[in-house]
Write a protein that binds this ligand. Structure first.
Ligand code: NDP
Ligand code: 2IT
Length: 451
């Protein structure tokens, strides 16, 4: 479909160096070609060209002072991508690799993800090229305050509602929300992922990891399979990975891996609930390295390699793979090795963790493959539930929120399969997720006219 090809070509030409953004746009738009054939009204209204252009993209200076009195300057970002179906919504990432391309890819993915959740949320993303590693609490606080000193003017509970992502968890949200409240003198649901004492929702910390496992369970059920006695590989050891490990283990699986940016641990005995709590304490309280796990539990540790590289090199077999670390962590050769070793299901807790070549290998070999924008939507869905509770000035119980999360994940799974079938790609979760998310947003954009 030439309209779609033209849009992809335009993005590549206009935003030449934004490789991650090109990757996300190409992956989504390629699967949307049938929508352009069936809905000439979308083509006429230039919905595809409008979709790839953010409503607005801000970059800003973030000056801050370290404990020794040295001044540093970082670059902050907020990309407000699309608010057709609700306020802009999406996380904030603090990582030295952050640039406009990465924030745009994440914001673009967020549009479709948020539409899939069934809740009224548009897509956005933000962050800074700040490295939280090795910083004191006071330095983190000063950075968060400096970041919010500019961000506050762009956000609001009905305008744009940020949350966490890589490098931004409960501590950072606390510092950012506290500063927003101070300078705006309002107590609103302007950030999600807040602490329970000041408007947070139960289950929000667990939601992305739990949701990804609920989604994987739905995928497995289509082949009459489940997590019981399955060997599972999880990558990462942060928020998403921790709760994916916990939930998969609760469902009867044996999770054998975790990693951080320095090393991978392989624990053939399985990461039990106790060991998972050790990882949570290590990463969230002591801010240590995953290699310490191998000293504590005498298992193997591979320095300088991620989970997928280790599985390939060591020829380790897993039934289910849950990439939960970062974008493009799982490449072609690692995908080939997973397939060769009998992996049946890959469900993404992270955003775009599999490269396009890897995705093709999963699909060609008929693996169950659940793309991040569907499988990890439980996090933002529960952020949506946090917004609802803030508006109602109420808080729901743990069981109530968990039940709603489960229902939402099942509904996303069904929407993906239904849309895939409607658009001639039965069982293809990539087409399903992109198309179902897109059609909701596109119909809203059409209703508004040319704005
Ligand atoms: P965290 O910062 O809590 O954890 C990230 C983890 O990934 C850390 O263990 C980190 O290691 C590891 N990691 C980062 N980069 C690399 C790398 N290059 N190689 C190996 N390991 C790496 O972030 P989250 O768990 O929140 O996010 C993980 C993924 O999930 C991201 O893709 C994020 O966008 C996505 N996501 C997050 C949601 C949320 O609610 N938090 C919701 C939906 C998706 P180290 O400790 O060394 O930095
Ligand atoms: O990628 C994501 O969906 C997130 N980082 C969570 C966003 C949110 O607003 O909860």
């Amino acid at each position: 479909m030439s309209v779609i090809n033209d849009t992809i070509a335009r993005v590549k030409q206009m935003d030449r160096d934004q490789v991650e953004f090109h990757q996300a746009v190409t992956e989504v738009l390629e699967t949307l070609k049938p929508t352009a054939e069936r809905h000439p009204e979308l083509v006429k209204a230039k919905i595809y060209d409008r979709l790839v252009e953010p409503e607005r993209a801000m970059t800003f200076r973030v000056p801050w002072m370290d404990d020794k009195g040295n001044v540093h300057v970082n670059r902050g970002f907020r990309v407000q991508f699309n608010n057709a179906i609700g306020p802009f919504k999406g996380g904030i990432r603090f990582h030295p690799s952050v640039n406009l391309s990465i924030i745009k890819f994440l914001g673009f993915e967020q549009i479709f993800k948020n539409a899939l959740t069934t809740l009224p949320m548009g897509g956005g993303k933000g962050g800074a090229d700040f490295d939280p590693k090795g910083k004191s609490d006071a330095e983190i606080m000063r950075f968060c305050q400096a970041f919010m000193r500019e961000l506050f003017r762009h956000i609001g509970p009905d305008t744009d509602v940020p949350a966490g992502d890589i490098g931004v968890g409960g501590r950072e949200i606390g510092y950012m929300y506290g500063y927003y409240k101070k300078i705006q003198n309002t107590h609103t649901g302007v950030l999600t992922g807040k602490g329970l004492e000041y408007g947070g929702s139960l289950i929000r910390p667990e939601a992305t990891g739990y949701g990804a496992v609920y989604f994987a369970a739905e995928m497995l059920a289509t082949r009459s399979l489940d997590f019981k006695n399955k060997v599972v590989a999880v990558s990462g050891s942060g928020n998403v990975a921790q709760y994916a490990i916990e939930k998969a283990t609760q469902m009867g699986a044996k999770v054998i891996s975790a990693c951080d940016s320095n090393a991978t641990i392989i624990d053939e005995k399985g990461i039990s609930q106790d060991k998972c709590r050790y990882i949570m304490d290590l990463k969230n309280n002591r801010r240590g390295r995953i290699s310490e796990y191998s000293d504590e539990y005498s298992c193997t540790c591979y320095e300088g390699e991620n989970v997928w590289e280790v599985l390939k090199k060591q020829g380790i077999k897993v039934d289910i793979a849950l990439p939960c670390a970062t974008q493009n962590e799982l490449g072609k050769e690692e995908a080939e090795s997973l397939v060769k070793n009998g992996c049946i299901c890959v469900t993404e807790g992270a955003n775009m963790p599999s490269t396009p070549d890897a995705v093709k290998i999963f699909q060609d070999n008929k693996l169950l493959y659940g793309p991040g924008k569907a499988a990890n939507a439980g996090g933002v869905a529960t952020s949506g539930l946090e917004m609802s509770q803030n508006s109602l000035k109420m808080s729901w119980t743990r069981e109530e929120v968990d039940q709603r999360l489960l229902i939402i994940m099942k509904s996303i799974h069904k929407s993906c399969l239904d849309a895939a079938e409607t658009y001639g790609k039965k069982g293809d979760y990539v087409t399903g997720a992109n198309t179902a998310g897109f059609m909701k947003v596109a119909r809203a954009m059409l209703a508004y006219g040319i704005v």
